[in-house]
Design a protein around this ligand. Structure first.
Ligand code: ZN
Length: 152
């Protein structure tokens, strides 16, 4: 969902967050490189995202809930793949995408910290974190056109 934003970022999204918790970067790197997320079938991808969610939830004590429904095409079309509902602190994923998951997780983090929601911050956080976890996979995703918000 889009809203008018006040701030006008000039940096690429991958360079917007420079001080992400090392444990968080390690958890995402583990999903990509050790658990080989991109080589897995949907059932394993779902498992890997769920484990990553549990890990991040524990690091930040966000107390959010994750609901994954990768077969709901209507919601996929309506949301672009994911949404966060602040009224019940629930992340909904309609595609098995790490970057989308990290984007929605940032919305949960903003809520946990009592900050106002921001699309630009959610993009910056998810893309910076993915880039730090694996520069090689970030570059590959850019080449494949999978990073929708590479540039501001
Ligand atoms: Zn968002």
């Amino acid at each position: 969902m889009t809203e008018p934003e006040q701030d006008k970022p000039k940096k690429l999204y991958k360079d917007r967050y420079t001080k992400i918790d090392k444990r968080t970067i390690e958890a995402v790197r583990n999903a990509i490189l050790t658990q080989r997320f991109y080589k897995q079938d949907n059932s394993n991808k779902k498992q890997i995202i769920t484990e990553l969610f549990n890990r991040l939830n524990a690091i930040y004590n966000t107390q959010a809930t994750l609901r994954i429904d990768e077969n709901n095409n209507n919601m996929y079309m309506m949301t672009g793949g994911g949404m966060y509902n602040p009224s019940n602190n629930t992340i909904h994923l309609f595609k098995l995408s790490l970057i989308t998951f990290l984007h929605e997780f940032k919305h949960a983090l903003l809520k946990a910290k009592g900050k106002k929601q921001s699309e630009i911050q959610a993009r910056g956080y998810s893309i910076s974190l993915f880039y730090k976890a694996s520069e090689r996979h970030y570059n590959r995703a850019v080449r494949k056109g999978l990073i929708f918000h590479e540039k501001p």
